[in-house]
Each structure stands twice: as structure tokens, then as C-alpha cells.
Design a protein around this ligand. Structure first.
Ligand code: AMP
Ligand code: ZN
Length: 117
């Protein structure tokens, strides 16, 4: 764990934040500079520097990020209208905080209807 890591500090409660979800493996909080009406960050409690650094044993937590993202999208009522899930990877990919996190971005138009199969 990096002592200078902002997200580790948020996870440890050293920097105040409101968690929308919190369990043994991950937390979810609102992005401080939202790119859309709904912009959440899903952050594993384990410090992983970037998606380039995930190991075989991290498969479960990465998979769980997506499962909780699906749950949060429903809770925030963007599941039907739609949303984006995004990892920025390394500086050139837009990564600014070097602790893996999944962006959930949506809520532009909640009246968009489900597309039939
Ligand atoms: P990335 O560019 O993928 O590393 O995303 C980092 C995100 O963290 C950006 O969207 C920032 O707006 C967001 N961010 C930075 N500091 C905080 C903070 N204290 N609380 C919540 N979100 C933050
Ligand atoms: Zn960290």
C-alpha cells in the first residue's frame, strides 16, 4: 500500500468521503469532478497501481467491480437508460490516480428505453 495514495487514504478514512457502497473488498464513492449526472468510482481496497499491474489472483476483485457496478447502476436508476464503464490505464490513457478504479458514468437521459433483443 502506498502512503501517498489518495484512494488508500479515502479507503482508510483519512480523507473524508461518503461511500455509497462499502464491503471487505471495495468501496464506491462519487467522483469529485463528475463528467455526467451520475459519476461513481468503484475502488478495490487492495492497492493496485494500474490495470497493467493486475495479477492472476486479482481476477475475483476485478470481476466483483463489474458486478457491483451493475448493482449501483440499478440503484441510481441508470441501468435501463444506460451508462459507461471505464478504466483509464496509465498517463496516456487518462489515468491520474494510480490506484485502480472503475468509472461508472451515466444519467444523461433516464427516459431512454430498453432496446428489445
Ligand atoms: P483517473 O483519471 O481515471 O485516474 O480518475 C481519477 C478520478 O478521481 C477523476 O475523475 C477525479 O475527478 C477523481 N477524484 C480526484 N480526487 C478525488 C476525491 N478526493 N474524491 C473523489 N474523486 C476524486
Ligand atoms: Zn492506493
Amino acid at each position: 500500500m502506498s502512503h501517498d495514495c489518495l484512494f488508500c487514504k479515502i479507503i482508510k478514512g483519512e480523507i473524508p468521503s461518503q461511500f455509497l457502497y462499502d464491503d471487505d473488498d471495495l468501496v464506491v464513492f462519487k467522483d469529485i469532478n463528475p463528467a455526467a449526472p451520475v459519476h461513481l468510482l468503484l475502488v478495490p481496497k487492495k492497492h493496485i497501481r494500474s490495470m497493467n499491474d493486475i495479477q492472476e489472483g486479482d481476477g475475483e476483485i476485478i470481476s466483483k467491480l463489474f458486478m457491483v457496478a451493475k448493482q449501483m447502476a440499478k440503484e441510481l436508476d441508470v441501468d435501463v437508460s444506460g451508462y459507461k464503464l471505464l478504466f483509464n490505464v496509465e498517463k496516456g490513457g487518462g489515468q491520474e490516480i494510480f490506484h485502480v478504479h472503475l468509472h461508472l458514468i451515466g444519467g444523461w437521459n433516464r427516459r431512454v428505453e430498453k432496446v428489445a433483443e
